[in-house]
Design a protein around this ligand. Sequence first.
Ligand code: UD1
Ligand code: CA
Length: 452
Amino acid sequence: MKITAVILAAGQGTRMRSDLPKVLHPVCGVPMIEYALRAAWDATSEVPVVVIGHGAEAVNEFLGETARCVVQDPQLGTGHAVQQAESTLRGKTDLVLVAYADMPLLRPETLKQLVEVQKVNRGPLSIMTVYSPDPRGFGRVVRGPDGGVQAIVEEAAATGDQLSIHELNVGVYCFSGEWLWDALHQIKISQKGEYYLTDTVALAVQAGLTVQALVIDDLVETIGINTRVHLAEAEAAMRQHINHAHMLAGVTIVDPASTYIEPGVKIGRDTVVWPNTYLRGKTVIGEGCVIGPNTIAEDTKVGDCCEILAAVMEGAVVEDNVGIGPFARLRKGAHLCRGVHMGNFGEVKDSILGSGTKMGHFSYIGNAKIGEDVNIGAGTVTCNYDGVHKNQTEIGEGAFIGSDTMLVAPVKLGARSRTGAGAVVTKDVEPDTLVVGVPARAIKKLNEAKDD
Ligand code: UD1
Ligand code: CA
């Protein structure tokens, strides 16, 4: 049986008071529409149709190949929105699952449950409902004397009795593909000038057809975002979900309320995450690490058994047994091999530091290739930028760079070479050679006495 999702994302989202289309506002770092999209994919195994309108260009660009977009212009309500998918889907799918793009906490499992309910329903649609003491402006579910669903009444149109109903319309529906399209054309315009999708319920009932309801019990899943207050609620709930999943998988999160992990992040067992830590994007952390407090990692890969304190890492790779911080910054293309130690006030960008290399204090390493077991003295700087180009620095294994050395790139320092404190190295240095001064010159071949 073929099931296709239609996600409604055309509404203006006026109450967000924003230049950014509502559905692109991030929840835990990811635009809210992406949650709806992924859940729909998961539940249907088909590319969803997304109805866009307000901010269509930006939303379309964000969605790219992940959805089939149809434009609703003007936006005349949720029923009219679904109509826009008719030419794409009529006759092409057995069931149509409709969800709104502003409900990021709905789980794919819950969508699947609704599909299962409709699969065995002889009537043309099934809806999702929830009981709540706080109606939040949701449509009320009206049931008949036999308990069957009769109608959904929008708050603005509800009678006093209907307003006191605690069963609410979540806003997710599963329709028979054969029935839906003609029914949409029968919806009458509301007093607000909109065509309500919710009116399909009464249409079915009037035709003597059964509307089934899946009553869900997790209110959190139904958080819909209309204002930035709702956005913060959704963010907190999502954060809690994500953190719980990591904890149940063996990660210690010392203070979940102040630990911000985006949904695409992976963390290994027995890693401890201290407060005020932000793990973003496609960050992957290995096993047995200690991360934070006060650390930000974005699109960064960290191996096993690393200790990272108060660091900022973006687009970096950190192998096993590396110690970083406090107060260190790894920028794009930083690669710290196994066992590297990077102390306070260092910055590394587009550089590889070989295994066992130590960079303890106050250094900048950019566009450099540094061998194994190199000692980078306090205050070392790769002067990689000449005002026009970024130039490379190479340092061979076992080199010892004295404190406050300036490495004026492009420049190469051979294996086991040394620089004196304050050297300004403007020319390549041979292996096993000590250079000193400004500009630095060789004063001694090292290890020669031993060789004689
Ligand atoms: C809707 C339901 C209400 C339900 C509530 C749950 C209707 C008529 N009412 O109300 O019963 O309890 O959701 O959150 O459906 N949209 C379009 N085009 C439009 C209008 C809306 O694409 O012309 C999209 C919006 O972008 C949004 C979704 O549909 O993603 C819901 O629209 P919204 O205006 O938020 O509906 P509610 O008033 O919340
Ligand atoms: Ca809404």
